[in-house]
Design a protein around this ligand. Sequence first.
Ligand code: ZN
Ligand code: ZN
Length: 348
Amino acid sequence: MSWDIIGQERAVAVLRRAVAGEGKLSHAYLFAGPERVGRATTARRFAQALNCNAEGEHPCGECRSCRLIAEDKHPDVELFGVGGICEESDHRDHSADGSREIRICQVRRLERVVSRTPFEARYRVIIVDPAESLTREAANAFLKTLEEPPPQVILLLIAAREEALPATVRSRCRRLAFSGVPREAIEAALHERWNAEPEQAARLARLAQGRLGWAVAALEDEKLLIDRERIVDDIESALAGGLTERFAYAASLGARFSRDPQAVRATLELWRDWWRDLLLTAAGQEELVADTERLDTLRLQAAQYGVGGAVQALTAIAAGRRHLEEHASPTLALEAMLLELPVVASGS
Ligand SMILES: [Zn+2]
Ligand SMILES: [Zn+2]
């Protein structure tokens, strides 16, 4: 099966060479890039390649080691993330307590795990995903392992917002950049590997904005597309409304951020996608629009806001997304963003 990763040729080439002994094998890597573009799949593939027991090209995908890793059941490949177990007598299992961070007690348990020799693998592989969920104390504790990793241990940190990681952590990892998968590659993969109808493959590839993993998930579960449509409807009405509607929208999104930050980040990505489409429409580049089913609305709004309005909105959204991660109050950051969005004068 070999690596079989779509669209991340550069990162995969570095890892392949390291496995083949043609390049240096680092003890820690940072897989930096947006979600659902293949970071976690590549991490598993790397773990397989490091521990594959077949003759010839690694990973074979069929030996016991490759199969166990593919099923996330290999005793020496650990998925280290939010929730999960620790060894404090009064905690034990953080998957049950609604934890949204990787805690220091989990890192302490990990230290003990990595200090033992692997059960059966050549390399013990720890996949930290998402690495930006490490609390500050957890990240500091983790530094010890990063600085002096036991032999035969490879640490893979996966992060979409690498700037949220302490510089001390980042500097101890070999950074590999992951980028969005090209639209044509997503379309071809959906059609050829996942048997999507050509029209559906084309539509999902446009909407995916580089996220192959999202496109595949949306193909298998239509709820994702329905959710997406609902959010875009909300965006349209928040824009059409006055200040009251915008403040109400900011408040509801802000409240949601503390419960489910990932959902709010995804919503803001849709805001950006919407205005990018609007900018393309206003600039006469309709053939590049992602959400072609909404072209009628996009044309109407493009006529109202123009290229200048779209650029202003994209700037406000970029700032809003940044402030959301920095600010104490998510609602304030979102209100500021919505106030910066252009307004169409009523009656004009
Ligand atoms: Zn194998
Ligand atoms: Zn604990």
